[in-house]
Structure formats: C-alpha cells, structure tokens
Design a protein around this ligand. Sequence first.
Ligand SMILES: Cc1ncc(COP(=O)(O)O)c(C=O)c1O
Length: 455
Amino acid sequence: MTKFGNYLDSGSDNQLAFEGIKVPDLAAQYGTPLFVLSENTIRQNFRRIHRAFADVYPAEVIVCAGMKGNWGLAARRVIVEEGGGGDAFGLGELTVAMMAGSDPRKIVMNGANKSRETIEAAIDMGVLNQVDNPDELRLVGEVATQMGKVARISLRIRLPLRSLAEVKYVDARYPEGISPSYWERTFKFGLAPDAYAEAVKIAQGMKNVSLEGCHYHGGIPRRAGFYREETEELVEILGDIKAQTGWAPAYLNIGGGFVSERYGADAPPSVEEYGRVISKAITETCAKHGMPVPVLMLEPGRYCWESAGLWVVQVNARKEDHTLANKTWVYVDGNSNEMRDPFDPRCSVHHIVVANDVERKGAEVVDVCGQTCNAGDILAKARELPPLKIGDTLAFLDMGAYNESFACQSNVIPRSATVMVSNGRSTVVRRRETVADVLSREVVPTWLMTREAAE
Ligand SMILES: Cc1ncc(COP(=O)(O)O)c(C=O)c1O
C-alpha cells in the first residue's frame, strides 16, 4: 500500500482511496473532472498550524484560514466547527464566512480598494476591517459616523526589510531570482512605516473608529525563509510607532505564506518551526519595547487547503508522434481553466496518481493535455508516468488551494463539481456547472434581435 497522506492511500486493492472511498468510484458516481475535498485533512491541517503557534505563544492565537485559497461553504463550515476564523477578501468572502456561522471576532476583512457597501457590511458584522490606506480610513470614519456605529479596524503595514536588501530568492516562479525586500517594499498593499504612524494618529482622533490591530502579510519573504527577520523588523517598527503615538496593537495579524508540504516535492520548514521562531521574535521584541504581547492572528491559506484537495480527470485519448515531434500526448477531460493557482511556488507541478491502478509498472514521458484552445493548456509537461490508457482515472494531488477558487470558464467550458469525503461518506458540495450556467449572464441587445443574418 502506498500512503500519500494520512487520509489518502492506495488501499488493499491498488485503487486510490480518500477517507476510505475509492477515487475511481467517485469518478463513476459524480463524473469527471471532479474536485474531491477531504474534511478530515482540512481538520488535521487546521489543528496542526493552530497548535504549532498556540503551544508556544503566550497569548491567544486565532487562525483565520485564508478564504481566497478555498471559499467554499462546506470547507468554511469545517473551519467554523474547529473554532477557526477566516481572512475574507471583500464582500463575497465575508458573506460566505457569515453564512457558515463564523464568529465575527475571528474574521478579518482584506482589500486595498473596498466599496462603501463592503465597509458597511464589515461594520454591521463587527469584523476587523484591515484598512489599507488613508483614503479608506477616511471613508470608514464617514460610513461609521453615518451608521451611528463604531468600525473596528486594523491598519495594514508594508516593511522596508532592510536586513534582506542583498538577498535573492529563487524558485520555479522566479527562476531569475527576486529580492524579498524589493518585493515587499513595492507591494501594492499597506502603508510604509512613516505613513503608518500618520494613519495611527488620524485614527486615534476618529470618534467612530476603534483602532485595534496591525496587519502584515509577508508572502515572498516568509516563503523565502526569512520569517524571523521580517517578524523582528515588524515588531521593532511597531515599537517605534508606539514611541511616536502611544498606540500598540491588541491584535497582530502576520498574514499567510506558510509553505505546505507537497507530496513528492521539496521540504519547507515545519509549521512547528514557524511557530517557535515567530513566537519568540514577537515576545522578545515586544518585551524590548515595553509592549503587551498582542493576540496573534494568522491567515494561512495554502497550508490549510492544499493537501485536502484532489482533482480527478479521465484519459480520453493518446497521440504518439515518432517522426516530427517525438512526443506522446495524453488528452484528459480537465483543463488549465481549473489549474490556475497564481501564487504557487512550484508553478502548478502536481504529483499524478493513476487512481484505478496506483502501483502500475513501467514508465513513459508524456504531456498531459487539457481541452482548451490554448496551446499552453498542458497539465503536466514532459512528465514520467506509468503508461496511460484510455479510460484511466488520474488524480492530481495537493489541488485544494487556489485552483478551484481562481478557476475560469474559457471556451465556455463549465467548471468541475466538488465532492466532500468524510469517514467513508461522500456528497456534492458544489454542483457541476452547465453550459447554461456559463451563458446565464448573456444578453442580446434589442437592436441586434431583429436584424437578418447576412446572406
Ligand atoms: C493578505 C493575505 N493573507 C493571506 C494570504 C494567504 O497566503 P497563503 O495561501 O500563502 O498562506 C494571502 C495570499 O495572497 C494574502 O494576500
């Protein structure tokens, strides 16, 4: 038996099974392409990252699972049952968070350009609005005053990351290398420290605004391994701001960017390592500046969702060319409309398992191709796989983060269904899209309705 995760293995009959359910049976019952989400893997990931911080941090830790990575209602219910929170980017994700019964104190709302309607909703719901810029701060004050309510806010910061000025980070997404410091300084979100101190002073003078937190998301620096350096600098700067304004955050949100372990790929730091180092950096730097240790918020998306999702497709055709290209193409019924994770440090390279014959012997190098008109719609390029046959069911592992939530419908191709599996049970949690769904927003203007087609 091959084990791909605590809930994913080849079972006794060589068939891939997720939470005890055979993946080929799921494909037969629900059709392909199909996302499969494991409830217990979500629980396991959430608990592990929560404990990794809560076991070592001296104050409360709130894990706000990043909804941009998976905004599904069923997935959110699992997090709510675990006592977790959510990072909602805008009104839509905020609506999902509330529909799923989230505790508003554990929900934060992100965005650099929120509408009045979105700000009103955050105030109504009593969630922490992570304000990006002075114009938004003014708008929040205006809206809260009109509503006769108090807006709970956090201010988002951007760091200079001076100690990383000379460092270059290289991964599959940035093969030429990128400076984490340049990336962070020029990121479109948040305020530079001097502007931040000014915004704190403005917020302190606003009657209908309660300034409670600081938000920072270090995507690339954290992924590049500089989580101690960025955390120390963040709290040092908050120490300076406290010296200027007298204000220190009750909530410190350090965002997401915790790289997860992906089957068959590189080994990132464990979340326990992230927890120890970050917790120590915050407590020591707070002590140095005489600041109380704040409630810690995290926004892990990829870590919570990635390993909890499979994407299942079927092989429809093969083409071998031994004269011109010297290649083999394998055509499946999925496509890159649904493999669109824009933040993936491994550039959408996912381990592929033949779900109906996990231990199949032999090897061939193939391009696994999607159905769209885009020549770049290759789901696995020059990949060594066991010889594939028409009718095989393929499972792409670690597909639970960002792929479904960023999916599109190019070529009017409807999106996959999603099923959730849990202890031997399965059910649809997002129904398969139809062509009628995709076309449901189309309208022909009246002046085009009556004209004849050209001869
Ligand atoms: C503000 C913020 N928080 C959290 C996340 C989640 O990041 P990850 O999925 O890498 O944990 C992102 C991702 O872009 C983000 O922008």
